[in-house]
Design a protein around this ligand. Structure first.
Ligand code: NAI
Length: 339
């Protein structure tokens, strides 16, 4: 009797903590390495597959000595390494590509990163078409539409499973507000919507539990929109945010995995195919979404519900109005690149 209860419990735990294969493309980079480290800490990840055009075996060997569940494999481009890295992935995270230098906008990265992301998306379409794909490579406003178009060309696009990672904007917003109001940043909730570059980043400070003066709202909004520039400037030509981005990327991937336990609704901000501004020709938009579970196998099931924006102040309305044309251009640019 005792044995059978124990056996039943063991069975139910095993089913709810279904193993997850996570693949990081660009894993040897400034973001890729700390991101892979944070993912290695997640006990629900049973296989961490790291791919890069350089140094992936070294990163994998290093991570593989950490005594957590995940088996780590490292893959370079030789011997069909990308195909092997991707096969059977539940989640693919892409931080591959060049970062900004001072005085560059994210759009300046397009000429290099668009083709990197397009080629990786083609490999995903062929070798892990069912994976949830998390795009970190900038310009996110355009690279997400690029991936969508490539997946469509291969007949495997599912809007529930493609995400632009905008978590860092929300993490920065929480931190900047908590510095101003002397609160615990990890509990300071700020909604940020729109896209992931300059004026397309729209914080909805009127919806926070704090009250702000008009000057505070303007200063905070500017800092949240251009917070990435602070890091680019401080790094003085050696790159952009890597550690805070790794934290943000792991937070999002872990949320997707934890949604698969099916225990409670998991809500995260992300840039997805969205109906919110479809009337204005905007196919992708960042907002809070609920992440779900595929109950039959307790695996992640992507976007379950896209939240609306709620009530906006006149200032926030004006920010959205400024974001829309740039977002439209960025999305168009990505789509045209694939066409
Ligand atoms: P990094 O240069 O340190 O690392 C990029 C890695 O990608 C390198 O290891 C490189 O070998 C690899 N790579 C290049 N081409 C590849 C390919 N075809 N396949 C696989 N790997 C490839 O750059 P970092 O700092 O890690 O930034 C990566 C990207 O993330 C940049 O585009 C940057 O703008 C973006 N980023 C996005 C943020 C966001 O909030 N979504 C925040 C910060 C950066």
């Amino acid at each position: 009797m005792f044995t059978s209860i124990v056996a039943k419990r063991a069975f139910s735990t095993a089913t709810k903590q279904k193993s997850t294969k996570v693949t990081v493309l660009g894993a040897a980079g400034g973001i890729g390495q700390p991101l892979s480290l944070l993912l290695k800490r997640n006990s629900q990840v049973n296989h961490l597959s790291v791919y890069d055009i350089v140094n992936a075996p070294g990163v994998a060997a290093d991570l593989s000595h950490i005594n957590t569940n995940a088996v780590v494999t490292g893959h370079g481009p030789e011997n069909n390494g990308l195909e092997t890295a991707l096969e059977g992935s539940d989640i693919v995270v892409i931080p591959a590509g060049i970062p900004r230098k001072p005085d560059m906008t994210r759009d300046d990265l397009f000429s290099t990163n668009a083709s990197i992301v397009r080629d990786l998306a083609t490999a995903i379409a062929k070798h892990s078409p069912k994976a949830h794909v998390l795009i970190i490579s900038n310009p996110v406003n355009s690279t997400v539409p690029i991936v969508a178009e490539v997946l469509k060309l291969h007949g495997v696009f599912d809007p529930k499973r493609l995400f632009g990672v905008t978590s860092l904007d929300v993490i920065r917003a929480s931190r900047f507000v908590s510095e101003l109001k002397d609160t615990d940043g990890s509990k300071t909730k700020i909604t940020v919507v729109g896209g992931h570059s300059g004026v397309t980043i729209v914080p909805l400070l009127s919806q926070s539990s704090h009250s702000f003066t008009e000057d505070e709202i303007k200063a905070l909004t500017h800092r949240i929109q251009f917070g990435g520039d602070e890091v680019v400037k401080a790094k003085n030509g050696t790159g952009s945010a890597t550690l805070s981005m790794a934290f943000a990327g792991a937070k999002f991937a872990n949320a997707l995995i934890s949604a698969a336990s099916g225990k409670k609704t998991v809500t995260e901000p992300t840039y997805v195919q969205s109906p919110l501004f479809a009337d204005e020709g905007i196919e992708f938009f960042a907002s809070n979404v609920d992440l779900g579970v595929r109950v039959s196998c307790f695996r992640p099931n992507g976007v379950e519900k896209i939240h609306g924006l709620g009530e906006l102040s006149p200032y926030e309305e004006s920010l959205i109005a400024a974001a829309i044309p740039e977002l439209r251009d960025n999305i168009e640019k990505g789509k045209k690149f694939v066409a």
